[in-house]
Design a protein around this ligand. Structure first.
Ligand code: SF4
Length: 361
C-alpha cells in the first residue's frame, strides 16, 4: 500500500502546492492550517470547512500524523516536562511558566553530536534529526494542553529551540518549523518571540539572515578558545572569533534581534567562573552588542562538574555590569524533574514528581 502523505508539518507553500496538484484552490491550504494549528483538529474527517468529497479524496492519500505525549512530569515550580514518543524513541519538551507568560523549550534532534562536556543530551550521542512534523508536534501538543487548561496554565507566548540537539544542524526542517510558527494561518507568533539557541555553527549563522529572522542565543560558555575547546569540542572547528564574526553579520540583517544578541554562559565551578574569566569575557564581547545570561549549571548524573557558588556567580555578574554589559542570572527552573537547561536526555531520574498522563482530548 502506498504510504500516506503527512500534511502535518507542511509549510503553507507546500500545502498550497499539494492542494493545487489535487485540483483544489490554494485557499484550502489556509483552511487546513487554521483547522489544525488554531483549532487543534487532528483528523481530516473533522475539518468541516472541507466538503465530504474533498475529505474523502484527502483520506485516500494523506493523513494528519502528530507525535503523541506519553508522559508528563510537573515540578513544584510549575515547570512541565512532556515526553513524546516518536517511533521507538523519546524526545522532551519543556513548558516554563513565568509571571504573565510561558516559554516552550523545543527539541530539534534526538540526541546531539556536539559532545559539550557539561550536557546530559551529549551523553546519549546523536541519533537523528527531527523533521518539521516532529518539532511542530511538540508545540501543537503543548499549545493544545495550555489552551484546554487555560485557567491553570499560562498561554505559551515564546518558543525557544533550546531542547535536545543543535538546531542549526537541522536547518531545512528548522526553517519549515519556524515558518509554521510565524504563519498567520498557524501559530502566528511574532519573530521576536522565537529564539534559536546554538552552540555556534559559524558558517550557518553567517548566512542565516537570508533564510530566517528570529532571535539568536549563542551558547558561548567560555571566555577564550582554550577553555571552550575543552568544554565544547565544536569550538575546535568554529572558534570564538569566527563565531562572533558570523553573529555580527547576522545582526546587521536581523530585525528580530533589535541589534542585540543573547550570550548564554553556564557557570562551572573552577572552570570558567574566575574573576579573570569575567574580564576576559568583557574583552571578548567588546564589539558585540549583546546581553549575557549567566546560567547556574544544573547537576547531571556521572558528571565531573559542579555549579559555581551563588557568590561567584554574583561577583562574575557584577564585573560584567560594571563594564556596561547587560547581565542577568537565570533562575533555576525544573531542576526537580531534570527539565532544566542541559539536563534533557530522554530520561527522568527523579520520579518523585511523576504524574499520570492527563487525558488531553
Ligand atoms: S549543550 Fe546543546 S549543543 Fe551542546 S551537546 Fe548539549 S544539546 Fe548539543
Amino acid at each position: 500500500m502506498k504510504k500516506k502523505i503527512n500534511l502535518f508539518g507542511m509549510t503553507r507553500l507546500e500545502l498550497q502546492n499539494f492542494f493545487l496538484n489535487l485540483g483544489e484552490k490554494k485557499f484550502r491550504a489556509h483552511q487546513f492550517m487554521q483547522a489544525v494549528y488554531q483549532n487543534y483538529c487532528d483528523n481530516i474527517n473533522d475539518i468541516f470547512n472541507f466538503n465530504k468529497s474533498l475529505r474523502k479524496k484527502l483520506l485516500v492519500q494523506s493523513e494528519i500524523k502528530i507525535p503523541k505525549i506519553i508522559s508528563e512530569y510537573i515540578s513544584i515550580d510549575g515547570t512541565i516536562k512532556w515526553i513524546l514518543k516518536i517511533y521507538n524513541q523519546k524526545i522532551e519538551t519543556i513548558y516554563i511558566p513565568e509571571k504573565n507568560r510561558a516559554t516552550l523549550c523545543v527539541s530539534s534532534q534526538i540526541g546531539c553530536a556536539l559532545r559539550c562536556t557539561f550536557c546530559a543530551t551529549a551523553m546519549q550521542g546523536f541519533n537523528r534529526n527531527l523533521d518539521a512534523s516532529e518539532m511542530i508536534g511538540q508545540i501543537w501538543n503543548a499549545m493544545k494542553i495550555a489552551n484546554i487548561k487555560k485557567n491553570k496554565l499560562k498561554k505559551i507566548t515564546n518558543i525557544v529551540f533550546m531542547g535536545m540537539g543543535e538546531p542549526l544542524l537541522n536547518l531545512k526542517q528548522l526553517t519549515s518549523t519556524i515558518n509554521i510558527i510565524l504563519d498567520h494561518y498557524a501559530f502566528k507568533l511574532s519573530k521576536r518571540r522565537v529564539t534559536i539557541s546554538t552552540a555556534g555553527i559559524s558558517h550557518v549563522i553567517q548566512n542565516l539572515g537570508s533564510l530566517l529572522d528570529v532571535k539568536l542565543a549563542i551558547s558561548l560558555h567560555a571566555p577564550n578558545d582554550t577553555i571552550r575547546n575543552k568544554i565544547m569540542p565544536i569550538n575546535q572547528k568554529y572558534n570564538i572569533f569566527s563565531l562572533l564574526s558570523a553573529v555580527k553579520n547576522y545582526l546587521t540583517v536581523s530585525k528580530a534581534n533589535q541589534g542585540k544578541i543573547s550570550i548564554e554562559y553556564v557557570m562551572l565551578n573552577k572552570i570558567n567562573d574566575a574573576v579573570k574569566h569575567a574580564y576576559e569575557l568583557v574583552n571578548c564581547l567588546k564589539n558585540i552588542p549583546c546581553k549575557v545570561n549567566l546560567i547556574p549549571w544544573n547537576c547531571i548524573p556521572r558528571s565531573k562538574y559542579q555549579s559555581s557558588t551563588q557568590e561567584q556567580i554574583e561577583k562574575f555578574s557584577q564585573i560584567l555590569k560594571e563594564n556596561k554589559i547587560i547581565t542577568t542570572i537565570r533562575k533555576q527552573r525544573g531542576d526537580a524533574i531534570n527539565a532544566a537547561c542541559g539536563q534533557l536526555s530522554g530520561t527522568v531520574i527523579n520520579r518523585m514528581y511523576k504524574k499520570k498522563l492527563h487525558k488531553i482530548s
